[in-house]
Design a protein around this ligand. Structure first.
Ligand code: F6R
Length: 243
């Protein structure tokens, strides 16, 4: 694992965007695996700037997102579809037909998960997967569990997640109760993984996930077994790793 220590969130975002940009420059028709959440917002902003400056061309890039709420229409501003369009897709020259997320409005979980897994395979797999890190070590919606989930699947959101997300909705009843997510196996099949982490509140989990035992109780710890992982984190997030 390569670890890049950035001074702050801004430098972390620039570094991560540069790594994604080099992937796009070296392979203009690459498949990017993308994440939502607060951490990659600065990375997407920087990618948009690189595009606007004429340094990056997304016209042949394909994307697959990690996850999506089940039962939330694309038009809902809390859907990951909405997030991706708002933060990246509508601001660069990517072909919308080349962008993919799990379809949250497909009620048949088995059908949707199989479709998404096959889609990733038909694209030739993910060249570079961008990930954020949850406070409990989750990646995508893969929460701590007894075993690693292999493929794209439907998860029941934990009560704590619903509670934490209800501020974004009219009421707790409106918060989706399920989500579709790539599995740990899907993520591990990506050729390269780029993880962005920021903030002191993530320092404990960074140390646990990357310097502790590999266990499904800390889903991100499996990344220790991947051959090409780059962690780009700010000094605060790296403050508890062994020197
Ligand atoms: C987002 C995702 C999540 C987030 C994680 C960290 O698509 O899959 O695993 O990466 O919850 O979120 P932030 O960046 O908001 O701390």
């Amino acid at each position: 694992m390569k670890i890049y220590k950035a001074a702050d969130y801004k430098e972390m975002s620039r570094k991560a965007a540069n790594i994604i940009a080099s992937q796009v420059i070296l392979k203009p028709d690459c498949v990017l695996g993308l994440a939502t959440g607060s951490t990659p917002i600065g990375t997407y902003e920087r990618l948009v700037s690189l595009y606007k400056e004429g340094n990056l061309d997304f016209s042949n890039v394909k994307t697959v997102n990690l996850d999506e709420y089940k039962g939330l229409p694309r038009t809902n501003d809390q859907s990951y579809y909405y997030f991706m369009h708002e933060n990246l897709f509508d601001k660069v020259n990517i072909d919308p037909a080349n962008t993919n997320l799990p379809d949250g409005m497909e009620p048949d979980s088995d059908k949707e998960c199989a479709r998404y897994e096959e889609l990733i395979e038909s694209l030739g797999g993910v060249d570079l997967q961008l990930l954020g890190l949850g406070h409990n070590g989750h990646i995508g919606f893969n929460e701590p569990a007894d075993a690693f989930d292999k493929v794209t699947h439907c998860v029941d959101l934990q009560e704590s997640t619903i509670e934490a997300n209800k501020r974004f909705f009219a009421s707790a009843d409106d918060v989706p109760k399920q989500a579709y997510t790539m599995g740990i196996g899907t993520i591990m099949r990506a050729k390269k993984v780029l993880l962005v982490v920021s903030g002191e509140d993530k320092a404990d989990i960074v140390a646990k996930a990357f310097f502790g035992p590999v266990t499904p109780a800390v889903p991100a710890s499996i990344l220790q077994m991947h051959g090409d992982v780059t962690l780009v984190a700010d000094a605060a997030a790296l403050s508890k790793i062994p020197q």
